[in-house]
Every structure is written in structure tokens, then in C-alpha cells.
Design a protein around this ligand. Structure first.
Ligand code: 5GP
Ligand code: MN
Length: 325
């Protein structure tokens, strides 16, 4: 097992040695996924390398302030015609998380896997995985330091965004002294912390409030009061004018109820599939729980896609949660 230092050096070598990279992150990208994609792009541009950034879907509109966010190709709206021999995956715990972007990986592509999920299964030719990093952006902070590049406000804002969102506004238990030391440096570079907190964590779209309202009317609790869950259907999404990004934060409501150990949001995808978002108050390792269904994540925040109807998914997940409690 190589050390983190060795992985950083190996990653540095990989980036310097090759050219023409495809930079991808996970489906339904969050703040860390988008920021990490852009941070890698920023570094490659400093190194004079060619690169293309892509995601299976759109970038959440509240992240449009990020440097070059408009350059990330959205495969649902734009075509990417060729394949790439060098691929950098950021914030993706397993290969399937890249979604349809994998159609653009050459069959013998060399993959660099940069991630912070404890459930990362170690895919790729080169791995830079730090399970105790608060965000993939934290790993990129370290990686960027190994290059003698001049930091600017764009990269500082991107890294700060990943740290801010994956720590829930510097509140979760991944908010380490190291995170705060990095934050201190980023603020000194001119990052506008309060404005980013407002844009990313406080501000809500009307659709988001409407879909939250719907979801809360579906709240159910276990008889013991230790599991709480809500659901959202495609019809709710349609009637509220909500996009996927508008579901951000809903799962915290069931999780935050006093006495609840596991909070769940079930998002019905279609008649045969449901996405479950799981949050733990600390007792249950929801990453391990999500892995039972082929998903993954972190001990306190994880997700999985479950085959079946809403009723079937709820029954299966609740049974598994009870086993873990
Ligand atoms: P969310 O519930 O907000 O979608 O995701 C919470 C955490 O679980 C994130 O770290 C996310 O990357 C991870 N996660 C969500 N869904 C999946 C999934 O289907 N597979 C894996 N491996 N991780 C997931
Ligand atoms: Mn992350």
C-alpha cells in the first residue's frame, strides 16, 4: 500500500507525462464534483495540457459562477464525438458513477481515480484516494501544492466551493483542522466566503421550496422513532418545476428530527427504479448500508439506486436499516 505522499507524486507524474485528458465526475454532480472537475481543468491549463471536461448531465445553475463552469460538456444536451485515452475521474466512488461519459473512454484508456469515498473500489491505472479527506477538493488542494503554480481567485473559489458543500458549511464531522487551515489560505486569496455560503447553502429556488413542501407531506416514521423517510415522485418534480438539484438538502429534514438515527429520501426514477439518499446521525454506517444495494458514499451520507417500485424500495431499505440499528 503506497502512502498518500507517494500517490500524490505518482499522480503528478501521470499529469506531466500525458496530454489530451478527459476530466469527468459523477452523475447528478454536487458542489465537490463540479469544483473538482474545474480544479483539475485549471491545473491542466496551467501545465499547458489539452483537456475536455464532461458530465453526464447539467451543472447545477447555482454553480455557474465557477471558473469555466460553462465549458463542462453536458452530454444530455451536447455531443462529444471522440474517445479519450487519458481519463481523470474525480469524486467517483466506483466506475459506474461516471454514467454515460464512459462511452468516450477508449477501451484501453488509462484512468486516474481521484476520490475521497471510503467505498472507492480502487478502479483505474493510477489512484489518488484519501478516505479521510473532507472533499475531493481537499485532495486537489494538496495536489496543486505539489506543482509550483501560482494560485488565483478562480482556483481558490473552486476549492473553497468543494470544501464548503461537502462539509455542509463547515459543520459535519469531516470539518478537520486541515480543512480550516486550507480555508484560511483560500480566504486570504480573496475568496468571498459569506457570498458563497449564501449562493450554495442558503438560497433556494421557488421550485426547491415547492418540492420540499411536497416531500414533507409524505413523512413517515418507524414506530421506535429512529428512522424517518420522505419520497418524491416524477409527478411531484414535474408539477413543482423541479430539477434534480432542487432535491439537495431535503433528506436533512427527516434526518434532523430528534431521536432519528437514519433519514432517507426516496426519489422515484420510474416504475422500476428508486434512488435512495441516506443520512445517519452517527450510529449507523450508511455507506455500508448503501453498498448492500450496490451504492456507496460516506459513513454519514450515502446513496444507492434500488430496482423496484417505491413500495418495494422502502420495504427493502427499511429492513436493511433495522438490521444495522
Ligand atoms: P446523495 O444522497 O446526496 O446523492 O449522496 C450522498 C453521498 O453518497 C455522496 O457522497 C455520493 O457521492 C454518494 N452516493 C450517492 N449515490 C450513490 C450511488 O449510487 N453509488 C455510490 N457509490 N455512491 C453514491
Ligand atoms: Mn465529494
Amino acid at each position: 500500500m503506497q502512502s498518500y505522499e507517494q500517490s500524490l507524486q505518482q499522480t503528478r507524474k501521470f499529469l506531466l507525462e500525458h496530454d489530451d485528458y478527459l476530466v469527468v465526475s459523477h452523475v447528478q454532480p454536487d458542489g465537490d464534483a463540479v469544483s473538482s472537475t474545474l480544479a483539475v481543468g485549471w491545473l491542466l491549463s496551467c501545465l499547458g495540457k489539452k483537456y475536455t471536461m464532461v458530465n453526464e448531465g447539467p451543472i447545477p445553475s447555482r454553480m455557474e459562477y465557477l471558473w469555466q463552469s460553462g465549458e463542462i460538456i453536458n452530454l444530455t444536451a451536447e455531443a462529444l464525438t471522440r474517445q479519450y485515452s487519458h481519463v481523470i475521474c474525480v469524486d467517483c466512488a466506483d466506475f459506474q458513477r461516471v454514467g454515460r461519459t464512459q462511452q468516450h473512454f477508449a477501451s484501453d484508456a488509462l484512468i486516474l481515480n481521484i476520490d475521497h469515498h471510503p467505498t472507492n473500489n480502487g478502479y483505474g491505472a493510477v489512484q489518488l484516494i484519501k478516505p479521510d479527506a473532507a472533499a475531493t477538493a481537499e485532495i486537489l488542494f494538496d495536489l496543486l501544492k505539489t506543482f509550483g503554480v501560482q494560485w488565483d481567485i478562480d482556483i481558490a473559489t473552486a476549492i473553497y466551493t468543494g470544501l464548503l458543500t461537502d462539509t455542509g458549511g463547515f459543520r459535519y464531522n469531516n470539518t478537520s483542522a486541515k480543512v480550516m487551515a486550507a480555508v484560511s489560505e483560500l480566504l486570504a486569496l480573496g475568496v468571498n466566503g459569506p457570498e458563497l455560503a449564501e449562493t450554495l447553502l442558503e438560497e433556494m429556488t421557488l421550485a426547491q421550496v415547492k418540492v420540499l413542501n411536497r416531500a414533507l407531506t409524505t413523512l413517515q416514521m418507524s414506530p421506535e422513532g429512529d428512522i424517518a423517510w420522505v419520497h418524491v415522485t416524477p409527478q411531484d418534480m414535474l408539477e413543482c418545476g423541479a430539477a434534480n438539484e432542487d432535491l439537495e438538502g431535503i433528506v436533512n429534514y427527516p434526518r434532523n428530527i430528534r431521536g432519528v438515527e437514519v433519514g432517507i429520501l426516496f426519489k422515484v426514477i420510474d416504475e422500476q427504479a428508486v434512488k435512495a439518499s441516506l443520512r445517519s446521525a452517527g450510529k449507523v454506517d450508511v455507506a455500508a448500508l448503501a453498498q448492500v444495494f450496490g451504492g456507496g458514499g460516506h459513513t454519514r451520507a450515502a446513496g444507492a439506486r434500488i430496482n423496484g417500485t417505491l413500495e418495494e424500495a422502502v420495504a427493502q431499505v427499511l429492513e436493511e436499516v433495522k438490521r444495522h440499528l
